[in-house]
Design a protein around this ligand. Structure first.
Ligand SMILES: Nc1ncnc2c1ncn2[C@@H]1O[C@H](COP(=O)(O)OP(=O)(O)OP(=O)(O)O)[C@@H](O)[C@H]1O
Ligand SMILES: [Mg+2]
Length: 503
């Protein structure tokens, strides 16, 4: 099965996220409202309780006064007061704010064993709770017994039901009777509010979910369109178009990615251009000896049979040109090899010993040039790197000094320590390099005019190879020269263990 696309994943995620977020916000809002309604019902219940006990107390006093005014005394007065009170009770609870509740009046029997329901405002007020009545009288204070365990989600999906609020209130009645008035409040008003909030809450919730999903999709669409631009550009690069540029506008991660990719494309383009230039230069360099050989072959064909001197000269020239080609091929190979980074070692070696070896090699090769070779004669100077590669670079420099110095001149290799670096100087008393050429001599196939005219037969590959080796070893190379008096190449190398070689 094909894995889900990012767009589909984000859509699912957005839906889950929206449901969770909107769901929890709705739920929290609902609990908040439901809790408010419950406490409002609670407040109403206690208000009714206060009103009821005040009304009964007032009516009791009135009844007692009226009984007294009728000229009754003792037991008779108390009984009359009780009777008068019982008569006024129904009126007490049918006026004003008290109407909100339902009430029932219980009177305890003389033997204190049973409660008698003497009056109730309506059926809602009759709750069967004999134990509660007994406890109320023994505690002598109001006792709330309802509602029991309110359903937490009431009104969320079904009609709201906040329960029945019940308070038993103890009463002192005339004639030494004890009674309890039950105050019952049915919170229909609060339940109505909860019920009326249900539909709007549902509609707002669904809308909020849809908006959240839509917004996420819009944002995702924008991000994916940016990614699509990057992909299109990558496809073009794949098709060989290295001049594409990705749009870098904006301050976001995709723009950063585009910048990195643009840098990568630039690097690829520069490398491709360098390669093209290199191949063009190399074939141009090869074309010269090939043209020479073909010319001499034609000479041989035309005059070779008759003119032995001409034949010898042509054969010698063909020999020279083919050697030159062979050398160029070997230089090209060594150049390509030097660009590989894998075979750079990192070992401890003595640069003075390496320098002496390089000089000794050059001295045997240029034995007929009558040059003076001066090398470092002090003890070991240790540093880290690849001794073979560094010797190769030094050999290139010493080779140039030998080639571009007149007979009797001097070629010197000196080393010294400078802080945590080693400085190596290859100097000569040769022909020097013209100032205009100094910036170009490290480029491939570059040769100054003076050396072109010379019979030294180089290709302009030595210095680029040397520079690559020094760069890859974490070092630096620079040159000072004066036409007619000599040239000094200076190399600075770190003495410490080198980091990963650079590309
Ligand atoms: N010590 C030097 N004295 C005078 N000119 C130099 C010296 N070293 C380098 N050059 C100049 O720099 C050019 C480039 O040197 P490089 O070593 O790259 O090539 P090359 O010596 O001409 O050929 P190759 O080294 O490939 O055989 C030389 O052609 C020469 O003009
Ligand atoms: Mg050279």
């Amino acid at each position: 099965m094909r894995p889900l696309s990012i767009r589909a994943r984000v859509l699912y995620l957005a839906i889950v996220f929206a449901v969770l977020l909107v769901g929890s916000v709705t739920l929290a809002t609902y609990f908040f409202v439901a809790d408010g309604m419950a406490s409002s019902a609670q407040n109403t219940t206690w208000r009714l309780t206060r009103l009821a006990s005040q009304a009964v107390a007032k009516a009791t006093t009135t009844a007692k006064l009226q009984a007294a005014s009728e000229g009754l005394f003792g037991e008779d007065r108390e009984q009359e007061a009780f009777r008068l009170l019982m008569r006024t009770v129904p009126d007490l609870f049918t006026v004003g704010a008290v109407e909100e509740g339902a009430f029932a009046l219980y009177v305890q029997d003389a033997d204190e064993s049973q409660f008698r329901l003497v009056w109730f405002s309506d059926d809602r007020a009759v709750v069967d709770d004999a134990d509660g009545l007994v406890q109320t009288l023994s505690d002598r204070q109001p006792l709330q017994t309802g509602p029991v365990d309110r359903d937490l989600l009431t009104g969320m999906f079904t009609r709201a039901d906040l329960g029945k609020y019940i308070v038993h209130v103890p009463l002192d009645l005339p004639d030494n009777m004890a009674g309890v008035i039950d105050v019952v409040y049915l919170p229909t008003r609060e339940e109505g509010i909860l019920d009326s909030a249900r539909s709007p809450m549902f509609i707002v919730g669904v809308f909020a979910m849809m908006i959240a999903v839509l917004m996420m999709q819009v944002i995702m669409g924008w991000v994916l369109s940016l990614v699509d631009n990057v992909r299109t550009a990558a496809d073009s690069v794949d098709a060989g178009q290295l001049d594409v540029r990705l749009p870098e506008e904006g301050e976001h991660e995709i723009a950063d990615l585009a910048k990195s990719l643009n840098a990568l494309i630039d690097r690829l383009r520069r490398r491709a251009e360098a390669q093209t230039r290199f191949v063009a230069d190399a074939s141009h360099e090869l074309a010269t000896p090939v043209a020479g050989i073909r010319g001499y072959v034609n000479i041989l064909r035309a005059w070779g049979a008759e003119d032995p001197a001409m034949r010898e000269e042509a054969i010698a020239a063909i020999d020279r040109e083919s050697r030159r080609m062979a050398r160029l091929c070997s230089d090209l190979l060594s150049m390509i090899r030097s660009e590989g980074v894998l075979d750079f070692r990192n070992v401890r070696y003595d640069i003075n010993a390496a320098s002496r070896e390089v000089l000794a090699g050059a001295a045997t090769r240029y034995i007929d040039r009558n040059l003076e070779f001066v090398g470092p004669d002090e003890g070991p100077l240790w540093l880290y790197g690849d001794p073979d590669r560094i010797e190769e670079a030094l050999a290139i420099l010493v080779d140039n000094s030998c080639k571009y110095t007149e007979a009797g001149g001097r070629v010197q290799l000196a080393t010294r320590r400078h802080r945590d670096r080693v400085i190596v100087e290859v100097s000569d008393t040769g022909i020097g390099i013209p100032e205009k050429d100094l910036s170009s001599i490290f480029e491939r196939f570059y040769r100054s005019d003076a050396s072109r005219s010379q019979e030294t037969g180089g290709f302009g590959l030595g210095l680029p190879i040397a520079k690559h080796i020094i760069d890859a070893s974490g070092g630096m190379i620079w040159v000072r020269s004066k036409v007619g008096s000599g040239t000094t190449f200076t190399i600075s190398l770190s003495r410490n263990r080198a980091k990963e070689p650079k590309e």
